[in-house]
Design a protein around this ligand. Structure first.
Ligand code: MN
Length: 194
């Protein structure tokens, strides 16, 4: 075993009513674990011992390894930013950059929601910092991640149906709107400052 499932920093029912324990059990306990197991199996098959970022950036091994490695990275990133007791507003330089790029935090959230709702099929919405320091919201299909375009991801929204179908069925917009209640801006600020 090269990679292990990261430990969640909250109980499975801690994000209720926004995300149920059942949904966390499936998304974290089954889907995320499935990707981790696939990466370990394929790393073994291709005799690789490198880190996830190297696999993602250099597309090592085979396409399945790239996709599964990207999903392991994406899921660690997604779950890390969720908290039952989040910091609800960004401050400092991150807030300044959000205001510069989008006008205000509310306008940023509206734009992030709009882009998230419009994705066709599976994927993610990302807030990232570009090489020139400015912020950008992008939509990425399936496992793709803005790292491969030299962007620094700050915040993500998992828009695969497995992320919300248990709790919201087809109401993707409600899932996206509710996610703001459990996004911990303390984590996003740390990513920005890092
Ligand atoms: Mn997912």
């Amino acid at each position: 075993m090269i990679f292990e499932l990261p430990i969640l920093k909250f109980e499975h029912d801690a994000l209720e009513p926004y995300i149920s324990a059942r949904s966390i059990e499936l998304h974290y306990g089954k889907v995320f674990r499935f990707y981790v197991n696939n990466v370990n199996r394929l790393m073994d098959e291709f005799k690789l011992t490198t880190g996830l970022l190297s696999i993602i950036k250099n597309r090592l091994g085979c396409p399945a390894l790239y996709y599964n490695a990207s999903e392991v990275w994406n899921h660690e990133f997604y779950f890390e930013q969720l908290s039952p007791s989040p910091k609800t507003m960004p401050e400092g330089n991150l807030l300044l950059e959000i205001n510069r790029a989008f006008g205000s935090i509310d306008e940023f959230k509206n734009e992030f929601d709009r882009i998230s709702i419009s994705i066709f099929g599976s994927g993610y919405t990302w807030l990232s910092q570009q090489e020139d320091g400015t912020l950008i919201i992008t939509q990425e299909a399936n496992a793709k991640n803005p790292i491969i375009r030299n962007c620094k991801p700050l915040l993500s929204c998992d828009l695969w149906e497995h992320a919300y179908f248990v709790d919201y069925q087809c109401r993707r917009a409600d899932y996206i709107a509710n996610l703001w209640n459990i996004i911990d801006w303390d984590v996003i600020e740390r990513r920005f400052d890092n």
